[in-house]
Design a protein around this ligand. Structure first.
Ligand code: DC
Length: 227
């Protein structure tokens, strides 16, 4: 087992921004588990599977061969032999990922992949159920959150920068709907693990969030004689 940092929290809290930077500084592998659920959702959308059709998802998810590779330390998700990194960042795929990730077979398959990655490497892994389910013995657990309005605005700015036409109100509505579903599903709902450190980034800059989380990791590694 490598050293592991789990970062969970709702959509748009800034998990990937933070996790990427920490991974670079510590030379850990950044594992973006949302990208795996997105790749699965992309496959389901391509196959015109309805998010509510559990039986079809059960069958189709078996056909999806999802693999993770790293290029220049950037995670790349491969779906049935195709690099789909450039296809999975849309709101449509994100909403489908939230809907299809309630499926137990989808979760079992991806959780196994995630655990395997943490077996061999030092990882910083972000998602919804990392501290509670995927890596319950993670060395450090962070629950990173922010108010829905702040998260919607951040996502809006991000999409606008990429040149995507979007509407702030729709994004906030989508975020609230996804929070609802991610927090209330039956299997591994999004919640703060008992031993996770809560960081609310609503009124914090990226640097402040980074500093706070880095300090938690530094303390833990110091205690374990890893510095
Ligand atoms: O973090 P993200 O927006 O890329 O995640 C997309 C969806 O995938 C999210 O709304 C719920 C699901 N997901 C999950 O159920 N468990 C994870 N560990 C990561 C993501």
């Amino acid at each position: 087992m490598g050293y592991s940092v789990a970062i969970d929290g709702p959509a748009g809290a800034g998990k990937s921004t933070i996790a990427k930077q920490i991974a670079r500084k510590l030379d850990f592998i950044y594992v973006d588990t949302g990208a795996m659920y997105r790749a699965m959702a992309y496959y389901l959308l391509q196959n015109h599977v309805d998010a509510s059709d559990t039986a079809a998802i059960d069958v189709k998810c078996r056909e999806a061969d999802i693999r993770i590779r790293y290029e220049n330390k950037e995670q790349q998700v491969w779906l049935n032999g195709e690099n789909v990194n450039g296809m999975i960042r849309t709101e449509e795929v994100g909403n489908m990922a939230s809907a299809s990730s309630v499926n137990p077979n989808v979760r079992a398959k991806l959780v196994e992949l995630q655990r395997k990655m943490a077996e061999t490497d030092n990882v910083i892994m972000d998602g919804r159920d990392i501290g509670t389910t995927v890596l319950p013995n993670a060395d450090v657990k962070i629950y990173l959150t922010a108010g829905s309005h702040v998260r919607a605005r951040r996502r809006y700015e991000e999409l606008k920068e990429k040149g995507t036409i979007c509407d702030l109100e729709t994004i906030e509505r989508d975020i609230i709907e996804r929070d609802e579903r991610d927090m209330n599903r039956e299997i591994s709902p999004l919640r703060q693990a008992e031993d996770a450190v809560l960081v609310d980034s609503s009124d914090m800059t990226v640097e402040e969030v980074l500093g706070t989380i880095e300090e938690v990791i530094r303390e833990d590694r110091g205690r374990k004689g890893l510095l």
